[in-house]
Ligand binder design. Structure first.
Ligand code: TMP
Length: 239
């Protein structure tokens, strides 16, 4: 495929057109931000590690019946994906209380939730990605009730698949964020990425944080945490 002009630049990725209208190239940067871009930094080789981790998860999910935008690994930092119109909802699934859920509901971080908690956030930087509910999604016309039901079902299935996979590798999947997109023929597929940038991963034995919270909270050893997740997931340390 041919890499053409940049279509979009986000905080952690750039998106390029290709010669095919329905295929795009994602380039993973080392840039890291937190708190709506207020905190900025770089995580050495994060782009390489997130590209590998996310592609691994997307292939794993595809093999188990989840439709995703993933098409083909191109190089260390680039992946070919299906072009979609991103549904502007950040879908968060939680298994253990942490982060904004702990703050909002006064639940101590680390409290096991009796069942997975599904949340929606309106993907809008100017508004600071506010928490929204089904009524808000309806009045803003972000997705139809049928589409939202499909997204919710997919998120639940993805959670089960990832929890099982990670448990065997000594990782607790605390929570994670997904984004979905619509293809040209209105099919809903999983898009964006699944990586330590978008998930909370805790070592099941020690509770050690192996995700972007090390950057957000200045815990140190950020690169080592991403590297360790790559090793746990792929069983392979070299990059
Ligand atoms: P939260 O506890 O800060 O709401 O985060 C929940 C999950 O969503 C956590 O795994 C990190 C992920 N997340 C993103 O991927 N992007 C974001 O902008 C935020 C705020 C969280």
């Amino acid at each position: 495929m041919e890499k053409r002009e940049m279509l979009y630049e986000g905080k952690a990725k750039q998106i390029f057109k290709t010669e095919k209208e329905d295929e795009l190239i994602v380039y993973y940067k080392d840039d890291a931000t937190a708190f709506d871009g207020e905190k900025k930094g770089q995580i050495y080789n994060k782009g390489i590690m997130n590209n590998r981790i996310s592609n691994f998860f997307f292939e794993y999910l595809e093999d188990r019946g989840i439709k995703t935008h993933y098409l083909q690994d191109i190089n260390q930092r680039e992946t070919l994906v299906r072009s979609v119109e991103i549904i502007p909802i950040e879908v968060v699934m939680r298994n253990i209380a942490a982060g904004s859920l702990s703050r909002r509901l006064g639940l101590e971080e680390g409290t096991s939730l009796p069942e997975p908690v599904l949340e929606f956030y309106y993907k809008d930087d100017d508004l600071g990605d506010p928490l929204i509910n089904e009524s808000h999604i309806k009045i803003l016309d972000l997705a139809s009730p049928g589409q939202l039901a499909e997204i919710s079902e997919m998120a639940g299935k993805i959670n089960e698949l990832l929890v099982d996979f990670l448990q065997e590798r000594g990782i607790d999947l605390v929570d994670f964020k997904l984004e979905f997109g619509l293809t040209g023929d209105q099919e809903i597929i999983l898009a964006d990425e699944i990586s330590p940038d978008t998930c909370r991963f805790w070592d099941s034995e020690t509770g050690e944080k192996l995700d972007k919270d090390r950057f957000r909270r200045d815990l140190g050893d950020v690169e080592a945490a991403y590297q360790e997740m790559l090793r746990r997931i792929t069983g392979n340390e070299e990059m």
